[in-house]
Design a protein around this ligand. Structure first.
Ligand SMILES: Nc1ncnc2c1ncn2[C@@H]1O[C@H](COP(=O)(O)OP(=O)(O)OP(=O)(O)O)[C@@H](O)[C@H]1O
Ligand SMILES: [Mg+2]
Length: 164
């Protein structure tokens, strides 16, 4: 694996986004920072919801968009998540007030990370989501792998993610 390695996945329907979330949830480990990029309505919250529900084994768990509260926590006795949306962040420095890194075991999922560019060097995974034309769903591009194991396991799932 090199640091430029990327993996892609085309999700034709919401249910495919859920499958990707399920696959990713199995590879995330405590302390991971995952950045979710994409325009309004791309599917950042949808993917975060799938990841958290799958990891907590709680398929009906209510997971609203954190757009107004900026950060919402989720946890069970084994694993904890922070789901953040930085859309309303006014300056990158405000990130300090969110306490994102106070729990070293929390897996942190961040929407609109472009609002705090200093997060990118810290990321374990960056996921870019593009809306495909003609209702063809969403294109997910995974990059900035900070962990060979995560990359290797994701590429070991036959026929799922494409190495790009
Ligand atoms: N693979 C897919 N194909 C088509 N639609 C999808 C797919 N995955 C998710 N969606 C839909 O795309 C929308 C994504 O909304 P979501 O709130 O997750 O976007 P977002 O990127 O978080 O936007 P915001 O920037 O406003 O937070 C939802 O309506 C969801 O049902
Ligand atoms: Mg969102």
């Amino acid at each position: 694996m090199n640091s430029q390695a990327t993996l892609s996945f085309c999700a034709a329907h919401d249910s495919d986004t859920d499958i990707l979330g399920c696959l990713l949830s199995a590879q995330l480990t405590p302390g991971n920072l995952v950045l979710l990029e994409g325009e309004l309505g791309a599917g950042k919250s949808a993917l975060a919801r799938s990841i958290i529900r799958s990891a907590l084994k709680c398929p009906e768990l209510e997971i609203p968009s954190p757009t107004f509260l900026l950060v919402l926590p989720y946890q069970n006795q084994h694993i904890s998540f922070l789901h953040a949306d930085l859309y309303r962040l006014e300056t990158p420095e405000e990130i300090e007030e969110l306490g994102l890194f106070e729990d070293p075991a929390a897996i942190i999922l961040v929407e609109w990370p472009q609002r705090a560019p200093n997060l990118f060097p810290l990321a374990d995974l960056v996921i870019k989501i593009e809306i495909l034309p003609e209702n063809k769903g969403r294109q997910f591009t995974l990059s900035n792998f900070n962990n060979t194991t995560m990359y290797d396991r994701l590429t070991d799932t036959p026929g799922f993610l494409t190495i790009t």
